[in-house]
Each structure stands twice: as C-alpha cells, then as structure tokens.
Design a protein around this ligand. Structure first.
Ligand code: SAM
Ligand code: SF4
Ligand code: SF4
Length: 338
C-alpha cells in the first residue's frame, strides 16, 4: 500500500489575506507575511513557492505539513487503490500553476451589517475608494503574471472583502485579470454602488455576483445594515440585469434571529428579487455567534425549518434556482451549530 496526501487548494490556490499570502482559507493558516512597504517583493512569492514545494514533497511521502494537520481539505489516497483518481500525482506537479485566486486583503466597507464577521474589526463606514490597510495587491499579482506562475487557461478569481466599491485598486485588478484571459470571476458585493467592471467582466468571461440583500423592505434592510440603502441596492441589481443577461445574480438571505426570520419578510424578498430577475436565491445562516463564542452549542430555532421550506417553495413557484451550502444543509440536518 502506497499512501499519499493531497489538497487541491495547495495544488492550485492562491489566497490574499489581510496579513499574508497563502494557498487556502482553511482554519490552519500558513504562508509568508507580506511586507506592506514592498508588497511586490520577489521574496514573498519565492518563499510561498518554496513552502508549496516542500509541502507537496511531504504530501507525496505521506507526511502532512504541520499547518494542514486536521484540515478538512487534506485528503489521503492509496496509490494502489482503484478509487484513487488516476491523475492524482499529475496534479501534484512540483511547480503547479495558480488557477484559483481569492482576494481578501482588505476589509474597508461602505456598509455596516450587524452580522458581519469583518465588522467586528470595522471602525467606520468608508464611502470613498481607498487602499487596503494592509498592502497593495496589484504589484504582487503583476509579479505572478510576469513569472508565468498563473494558469491563464483556467483561472478562477473570487473577490471577497470588504467592499469592492471602496477598494482603490479594484478596477486595475479586474483589468489585469481580463487582459490575461481569466475564465471565471465571482464578486461578493453589497450592491450599494454600481460597479461597471462587473458588467465588463460578464462580457468577457463567466461572471457572477453574490449580494446579501437579506431583506424585502427598506426598514428591515436598515436594521440589518445600518445604512439606508435598500433602494439603491435594488436599483443597482436591476441595472446589472439590464446591462448583462450573462451575469449570474445570486441574491442571498441570511436568517437573523428576531429581525428577518419571518414569513412576511421572506415573501417580500422574493417579490423584489423576482422583479430584479435574480437567477439564484441563496439561504444562509448567521455564523457570527458561533465564531465569537467558540465551542458554544447553538440549536437551530424550530421556525427556521418552516422558513426554509417556504424559501424552497417560493423558488419553485417563481422559477428561481435555490442554493444552500452543503455545510448549512448539514447544520439544518443535525439541528445545531458548534
Ligand atoms: C465578508 S462578505 C464580503 C463581501 C461583501 N462586502 C458582501 O457583503 O457581499 C462575504 C460574505 O460573507 C457573508 N457573511 C458575513 N458575515 C456573515 C455571517 N455572520 N453569517 C453568514 N454570512 C456572513 C456576507 O453575506 C457575504 O456574502
Ligand atoms: S490541507 Fe488545508 S491547510 Fe493545507 S493547504 Fe489544503 S486547505 Fe490549506
Ligand atoms: S457589506 Fe459585506 S463586508 Fe460590508 S459589513 Fe456587510 S457583510 Fe461585511
């Protein structure tokens, strides 16, 4: 029996976080820190590539890198088993190209959602584009392209954040990805500001936006997000729909205890997103309280199940695709968070 480890994120991922550069967003974080005064320094990516080389070498010898022990993405394979994918060793090339980039090196935002995990650190609402508090990403990205470390045939990119609307280098980042033939871009956006780069992207590659509307009325939106921008978000989403038929629009609804967890609000949400022409309605749950109170057991409220059924029913009735993450489905199935 010849055993190895594998992690697809290690093979193909590049994750720009607020303080370092990594392969993944997994809880066991590891990667080189970025010198904010010299973000494009070759040392950073050489050191990252070195870490990856060593990690891959270990994986092939069935030694899990320290940062990966216990991670759910770490998979074990037996090379002699017929169940092991044939191309598994091919995927663990010594110098694999990056085909999956996550941009999450900034947290400034033009909104202040009460549930937001970033807002635990947000001090104020930012309305004008500014640099990330941590480092500029553009010079690093340019280096990666220059060194031909990016798989331009298969690149997928995800913008997280923070709000792309107040990230100064956002237009340049989109431009460089489009110039090099990115295949797929996912934009998380609160929708408060219309971003023409999103429509540009949808004309040149597969693109989608995820917008947490979380409400069907201006009042509930304001309670959840502090800013009174419900009408602007709805207008902008309609504008995206009008300008691009190809842009996939996910409208998200995070159930928040005592605020939007009622039938009336959900029905109004569906009226609004049907009018917008959203493609997908996503149901989510607030994970902030479990993040803050680690190890605390939190039962899923009973009425969430009725609301979930209503959500699916409305999707079917209005011909909108329902979406729920596997882990959220898992929480609903077991009945509690931990
Ligand atoms: C951190 S946000 C950043 C992008 C952008 N500002 C936005 O809101 O879409 C990324 C995603 O995390 C989700 N999120 C933030 N806090 C959450 C929470 N406590 N529970 C569930 N989802 C949350 C947001 O709805 C958003 O879709
Ligand atoms: S196994 Fe987990 S920690 Fe290690 S690179 Fe993969 S996702 Fe990251
Ligand atoms: S819009 Fe996004 S980043 Fe901003 S506060 Fe809301 S969830 Fe957080």
């Amino acid at each position: 029996m010849r055993k190895i480890y594998n992690c697809d994120l290690l093979n193909e991922g590049l994750h720009f976080t607020q303080d370092n550069l990594r392969f993944c967003c997994a809880p066991a974080h590891w990667g080189p820190n970025i010198d904010s005064k010299n973000p494009g320094s070759k040392d950073v990516f050489l050191s990252l590539m070195d870490m990856r080389k060593n990690a891959l070498k270990g994986m092939k010898e069935h030694i899990a890198p320290e940062g990966c022990v216990g991670c759910i993405y770490l998979k074990e394979y037996d090379l002699d088993s017929p169940d092991t994918p044939e191309n598994i060793l091919e995927k663990q090339k010594e110098e694999p190209l990056i085909s999956n980039i996550v941009i999450n090196h900034y947290k400034q935002c033009d909104c202040h959602c009460i549930y937001c995990t970033q807002s635990m650190y947000l001090k104020k609402i930012v309305t004008k584009p500014q640099k990330s508090d941590y480092y500029d990403l553009f010079p690093i990205l340019k280096q990666f392209y220059k060194e031909k470390l990016i798989d331009t045939e298969n690149l997928r990119v995800e913008f997280q954040g923070g709000s792309i609307a107040v990230l100064k280098e956002f237009p340049d980042l989109v431009k460089i990805f489009l110039k090099h033939g990115v295949k797929n871009i996912q934009f998380f956006t609160n929708g408060i500001k219309y971003m023409p780069q999103i429509v540009d992207a949808s004309k040149k590659c597969k693109a989608h936006i995820v917008c947490s509307l979380d409400a069907g009325t201006r009042e509930t939106f304001k309670r959840l997000k502090i800013v009174d921008k419900f009408d602007d978000v709805v207008k902008n989403l309609k504008q995206y729909r009008k300008k691009s038929k190809d842009l996939e629009i996910f409208a998200k609804y995070i159930l928040i205890d005592g605020i939007n967890d009622n039938k009336e609000e959900i029905l109004k949400f569906f009226d609004v997103i049907e009018d917008i022409g959203a493609d997908i309605a996503q149901l989510d749950m607030d994970f902030k309280k479990v993040m803050i109170n680690k190890g605390v057991h939190y039962d899923v409220p009973k009425h969430f199940y009725e609301l979930y059924d209503l959500f699916k029913k409305e999707c079917e009735k209005r011909n909108i695709k329902p979406f729920i993450w596997e882990y959220i489905q898992g929480i609903l199935d077991k009945g509690y968070f931990e």
